[in-house]
Write a protein that binds this ligand. Structure first.
Ligand code: CDP
Ligand code: CDP
Length: 221
């Protein structure tokens, strides 16, 4: 079973994908974390975020791995836990530029398909239903209003003891959504056969239930 969950920033993709994967014992693959890791690799290598050749060289010399530790999935870059480092505002601001590079996308899509292999997977991102797993049995496109997505992220940061202005978060979300939807290669777009789910007024449990029901229905068909 392959489940693809796409949608704009902070629609709740990773939160619900993680829960559904745990409940059903599927493998969860956070493709956004992989593009964030590429951005961190570029930053640490002091190369310009537009220098595709240099970034690809650095990626070739690097490792990006997911490790399950307790209830959490950690992202390791070159053997070091980078789970926090890939979510700083600096990486968030620049990830859309790096993820738009053709060579970077080619490498990551190949890796993602390899990771999906023959396992039951839930993969979340922007182009999973359209490009990475076009034959996925279940495709979901999660959306929510910009205001609710900014509020969710604000509360998420607050819980972690980080204060970020809600207007800045809203601005970042709008800019990133625009860049992700307007890039030339596999832009953020609902696959024709994806089911759109507006989560503006749904809590996490409700979204988990909806997605689980879609998977169960598909298993029966
Ligand atoms: O969690 P958040 O919504 O902030 O974003 P993310 O899923 O961590 O993705 C970070 C960025 O990676 C996105 O804004 C896209 O630029 C890029 N991305 C992509 O291009 N393709 C994917 N399949 C996943 C993420
Ligand atoms: O992965 P993506 O960027 O789409 O979003 P996320 O990181 O899973 O969710 C962003 C925040 O929204 C998290 O703090 C979730 O707990 C919260 N959330 C929510 O409040 N209600 C939902 N229906 C889904 C997510």
């Amino acid at each position: 079973m392959q489940v693809a969950i796409d949608g704009p920033a902070s629609a709740g993709k990773s939160t619900v994908a993680k829960i559904v994967a745990k409940n059903l014992n599927y493998i969860y693959i956070d493709t956004g974390a992989m593009y964030r890791a590429c951005t961190l690799i570029a930053r640490d290598g002091n190369v310009d975020y537009s220098d595709e050749k240099a970034i690809l060289n650095l990626i070739d010399q690097s490792t990006i791995e997911f490790k399950n530790e307790g209830n959490e999935q950690k992202v390791y870059v070159n053997g070091k836990d980078a789970s926090i480092a890939i979510r700083t505002p600096e990486i968030t601001e620049n990830v859309s530029q790096v993820s738009a590079l053709k060579g970077v996308r080619q490498k990551m899509v190949n890796l993602q398909r390899e990771m999906a292999g023959k396992n039951n997977v839930i993969m979340d991102g922007r182009d999973i239903g359209t490009t990475v797993l076009p034959d996925a049995q279940v495709k979901i496109f999660l959306i929510a209003s910009v205001a609710s997505r900014a509020r969710r992220r604000f509360l998420d940061f607050k819980e972690k003891g980080i204060h970020q202005d809600i207007a800045d978060i809203e601005h970042d979300i709008e800019v990133r959504d625009y860049k992700d939807s307007h890039r030339a290669i596999s832009p953020l777009k609902k696959a024709d056969d994806a089911i759109e789910l507006d989560t503006t007024n749904l809590n996490i449990d409700q979204v988990v239930q909806e997605i689980t029901a879609l998977i169960e229905k598909n298993k029966k068909n």
